[in-house]
Design a protein around this ligand. Structure first.
Ligand code: SAM
Length: 391
């Protein structure tokens, strides 16, 4: 990728020669060119600004040097995609970084003072694709810091810039979720222990713990990401669900959805004598007062639910369900991980029941780290008791 940056402070961009971006440049993965806007002026003072038409505070960047800079940038066949950092632009996100990382050529026009004469943007749009992008809801003195931040976020997504590409997969903002907490040696530091699940060697349990942590962190710090489907633009979906505590108002939908979900179990076991199917609405309203339960919605519609409660030192999880048309997308796994995360600190393990012939459910629980602890029958139906240690 070729990157051109135009600024009145070229020295501000020197950090681009350091670290991974600098290495990628010396290896030829990136081709970075920084230009001094003043090189496109023709007066003795190399003037780039003037007073605003209509009055007002501050100075405005004159259009002529920018026009000449754009002439130079669009000289060849491959015109760049121009990025104009501005607090009034669209908010820069990981999704935008990923989109821009696919372009062969980018250019950044760094404003200063009160900003750039608006006609510069109009002129640029005639000649090349233009995105006016804000780094965040605050005002910087100039576009250089914004350009540095954007270039770093974009460039690290280009193959070959980061040594271990897998490290990008579970980072914050990938899939609209924040990253799980990370730890390294030593195992105990100033009395702080590394969570024991990470030392267990149980990859299923680690994966499920991390997923739960991602949801918890996102919910705590950035609930807006869960509500909007993150920046992945895939809403409505099961990708960025927001789990909320169930209330009595959810009882009707939970009861209805349970019927749709447990019908498969009834068929697999050739019996309707399954609690989720035999209970009535009042039963659901009642257990909602005795269990903690969570629901997840997409565009207002209930698409998943789970409940849990303590039995001594165990956290009993049950009624895990996902609307039939939303199954197979990882929502059940995420609901299970979330229910586990909600267990009080002194809980030592998780337990649940499922039907002995519920092959798909059993497979999912096994993948989430559950083991068979016992088998019995309920109303003539074979059942399996599953257990997973918290550590
Ligand atoms: N008068 C402008 C306004 O109120 O929107 C602010 C101009 S600011 C002092 C000068 C330059 O800093 C802008 O032209 C832009 O290049 C850059 N800048 C400031 N805040 C920014 C942000 N949040 N994101 C991207 N660029 C920013």
């Amino acid at each position: 990728m070729r990157i051109d940056v135009v600024s009145i402070f070229p020295a501000y961009l020197e950090p681009l020669g350091l670290s991974l971006i600098g290495k990628a440049t010396s290896q030829g993965v990136l081709d970075v060119h920084v230009h001094d806007l003043r090189d496109f002026t023709h007066d003795r003072h190399r003037t780039v600004d003037d007073t605003p038409y209509g009055g007002g505070a501050g100075m405005v960047m004159r259009p002529e040097p920018w026009g000449e800079a754009f002439d130079a940038l669009t000289d060849g066949d491959d015109v760049p995609h121009l990025i104009v950092p501005a607090p009034g632009g669209v908010l820069f996100t990981q999704a935008i970084a990923a989109e821009l990382a696919r372009k062969p050529r980018l250019a950044f026009a760094c404003g200063r003072y009160e900003g750039i004469d608006e006609r510069v943007i109009d002129e640029a749009r005639i000649r090349m694709p233009v995105s006016v992008i804000s780094l965040g809801d605050y005002v910087l003195n100039g576009g250089e810091v914004a350009a540095l931040a954007m270039i770093e976020a974009i460039a690290r997504l280009i193959p070959g810039v980061i040594g271990n590409a897998a490290s990008l997969d579970e980072e914050s903002h990938t899939g609209g979720l924040l990253e799980y907490p990370i730890y390294t040696k030593p195992r105990e530091w100033r009395g702080h222990e590394v969570p024991s699940v990470l030392l267990s060697g149980d990859h299923g349990a680690i994966e499920s713990w991390r997923l739960g942590q991602r949801y918890e962190r996102t919910e705590a710090s950035r609930p807006d990401l869960l509500e909007t489907g993150g920046d992945s633009g895939t809403s409505p979906s099961t990708e960025n669900p927001r789990f909320v505590a169930a209330t009595a108002d959810d009882a009707g939908e939970i009861w209805t959805m349970a019927r749709a979900c447990w019908i498969t179990e009834a068929r697999d076991h050739n019996s309707f004598n399954i609690p989720a199917l035999t209970e009535n609405l009042t039963d659901v309203q009642e257990w909602l007062t005795q269990w903690r339960a969570w629901v997840v919605r997409s565009r207002g519609r209930l698409i998943g639910s789970v409940r849990a409660r303590r039995t001594e030192k165990l956290w009993d999880i049950g009624r895990l369900m996902v609307a039939p048309d939303m199954q197979g997308r990882g929502l059940g796994k995420a609901l299970l991980a979330y229910a586990e995360q909600q267990a009080p600190d002194d809980i030592v393990g998780f337990s649940m029941f499922t039907g002995g012939h519920s092959v798909a459910n059993l497979r999912m629980y096994q993948r989430a780290g559950y083991e068979t602890r016992g088998r019995s029958t309920y109303a003539g139906i074979p059942t399996v008791e599953l257990y997973k240690s918290r550590d």
